[in-house]
Design a protein around this ligand. Sequence first.
Ligand SMILES: Nc1nc2c(ncn2[C@@H]2O[C@H](COP(=O)(O)OP(=O)(O)OP(=O)(O)O)[C@@H](O)[C@H]2O)c(=O)[nH]1
Ligand SMILES: [Mg+2]
Length: 468
Amino acid sequence: MPILRKRKLLYIFLTAIALFLLLIQSKLFNHEQLSKNDWSLTSFGDKFDFSYLPNLSDSLKNTYNRWNLKSSNTEPLQASIIEPNNVQFNFVNNANNRGTREEIIERNAKKYTELMNTEVGKPQDASLVPPPEDKQAYTRANATIIALVRNSELTKIGQSIRRFQKSFNGKFNYPYTFINDEPFTDRFKQKIKKYTENAPVEFVTIKSEAWKKPSSIDEEKEAKAMQVMYDHNIAYAKKGSYHNMCRFYSGQFYNVPELQKYKYYWRIEPQVHFYTDVTYDVFKYMETTGKIYGFTVSLYDIEESIKTLWPETLKFLNMGDNYKYVNKNGSFQWLVENLQNPHKNKIAGGYSTCHYWSNFEIGDMDFFRGEAYNNWFKYLDSTGGFYYERWGDAPVHSIGVSLFADKSKIHWFRDLGYNHDPYYNCANTPFTSHCVVGKFSRYEHLNDQNCLMNWLEYDKIKDVYKRT
Ligand SMILES: Nc1nc2c(ncn2[C@@H]2O[C@H](COP(=O)(O)OP(=O)(O)OP(=O)(O)O)[C@@H](O)[C@H]2O)c(=O)[nH]1
Ligand SMILES: [Mg+2]
């Protein structure tokens, strides 16, 4: 064979190898690109319907299409867009959390334990009001402690009240408002008055229109939906009164006539624990700082119970001029996070399902009474989601405050030791005892349900427990 031909063959062979290697490299590179993009995607499922966003630009449609990995050269995601007919929130992972779901859970659990073990005192962003020497003469904030409760829960609410009196209210004497869908019995009232000591007490029966299922609910559709949820093991799926309770706490409680005279409320429930000797007036702290919502525990929800809550919310925000209700300093990233429990985000149509656990709440009812929250609630109610799904008051309150309030007005009461089975908030404070510092749940396997590190790390706000 002539030398020239041999060289030509060698040249062709080497070129083929080079091309082959290039091809492999580009495939690998593309793959890496895609998986890099993958973790930062907003988990909108393929069935998510964007038809209500008629003005969505092509580039944003491409952004959504990235969920299906159809396009890899789109513009960087914007964390939020708040424009008429184009309100959207994208998870941009600004805390730069990386790794597998398991690694993220483990890292977050470790950070949580470390944080809770670090000794912390009281909030530093206000001058705190100590317990008065003379409770009778004390000028309290405009506030009440509320408990929606059944007559049959007397013993369990009694335990909570005794703990609450010892922890906080025995020192400040704020009035209680007990609420029920049925009249309270004399026995209930008498016993309660023993637990509440000297605090004023009011017993309220809810008007049936604020409690009962609206007549617009299609009962056949509801029964079928309840059965599906029941088959998916969703707690209280078939319990009509639970659906009523969730709707009541979501959008009705702050309109109860007997509560109109109050601005602030602290919600308590049967069988909860308070582990901290509170030495400052918590309501006055809310008042001085202008905070509108306080919580202790934040966690993921049962995604099957709120499948359309977030899509319906986006729909509402993209109607008319409703975009104006969104507070540009809201806590959006926490709402659309998709790393710790991505399956939840996908089933809940782009909502992480992270929420404040509403069995403990300290809030400003004027926020809930305001136009933004109220119009949004009315829209939610009109969809029937409190009955065709099992929307809880916790995700509804949480989405509402996260969208419509500045994050700095939402407060994690890190220093208040609390438990509603199976979750805890137990910080290392000199005033807290009888709970295990840093423990999140009675069950170790539930640590993946803790949302707190997400709340702290995305949409950052000042740490008000830090001395400056
Ligand atoms: N009056 C009245 N109160 C109710 C009813 N259903 C629930 N509640 C109250 O609403 C609050 C929340 O109900 P819970 O049954 O504790 O719901 P939950 O916290 O999701 O569930 P648990 O984990 O079982 O405590 C509690 O204060 C209950 O006492 C009801 O039908 N009537
Ligand atoms: Mg409860």
